[in-house]
Design a binder for this molecule. Structure first.
Ligand code: ADP
Ligand code: MG
Length: 142
C-alpha cells in the first residue's frame, strides 16, 4: 500500500489509524532518510495505541518504552548505534522482546538489523518528495 501525505499531521493521522488496530505482537520496521517522517508517523501510531505521553525520538538513548494495558510499546531508533550492532542489540535485550504478544516493536533504521527481525515484520518505507510531501509505503513480507 502506498500513501502520499502533504503535512506532518497527515502522516500522524495515518499512523494513528494503524495504531488503533494494534493487538500486541506486531513488529514494524521503518526505513527512510532523516526527516522523511518516521518519528512523526510513530507519534501517531502511539497516540492511536492509546499512549497519552508525548513521544519524542529515542535517538540518543536508543529505546523508549510505554506501558499500555494490553502490551508495552517499544520505540527503538538505531540511527546512532555504531560498532558491533549484534552486541548492542544483545545489550538492549531486543531479541527477547521482538515478536512477543506482550510487545509492539517499532524500529527506526531497522534495515541495520534486518537479519534479526522475524518474518512477520511489517516494513514501512518513507520517502521525502520535497517540502511537506512524503511517500509512505507499507510492505508485508511474505
Ligand atoms: P525521521 O524520524 O524520519 O528522521 P521526523 O518525523 O523526525 O523524521 O521528521 C520529519 C520532519 O518533516 C518533521 O520536521 C515534520 O514536521 C516535517 N514534515 C513535513 N511534512 C511532513 C509529512 N508529510 N510527513 C511527515 N513529516 C513531515
Ligand atoms: Mg526519527
Amino acid at each position: 500500500m502506498e500513501f502520499i501525505t502533504k503535512s506532518a499531521n497527515q502522516t500522524q493521522d495515518l499512523g494513528q489509524r494503524l495504531g488503533a488496530s494494534l493487538i500486541g505482537g506486531e513488529v514494524f520496521a521503518l526505513e527512510g532518510d532523516l526527516g522523511s517522517g518516521k518519528t512523526t508517523f510513530i507519534q501517531g501510531l502511539a497516540k492511536g495505541a492509546g499512549i497519552t505521553q508525548r513521544v519524542i525520538s529515542p535517538t540518543f538513548i536508543v529505546m523508549r518504552q510505554y506501558s499500555l494495558p494490553k502490551f508495552t510499546f517499544y520505540h527503538v531508533d538505531l540511527y546512532r548505534l555504531e560498532g558491533d550492532l549484534n552486541k548492542e542489540i544483545e545489550n538492549l535485550g531486543l531479541k527477547n522482546m521482538i515478536g512477543g504478544n506482550n510487545s509492539v516493536m517499532v524500529i527506526e533504521w531497522a534495515e541495520r538489523i534486518k537479519e534479526l527481525l522475524p518474518r512477520q515484520t511489517k516494513w514501512i518505507k518513507f520517502e521525502n518528495l520535497g517540502e511537506d510531501k512524503r511517500k509512505i509505503i507499507y510492505e508485508t513480507q511474505n
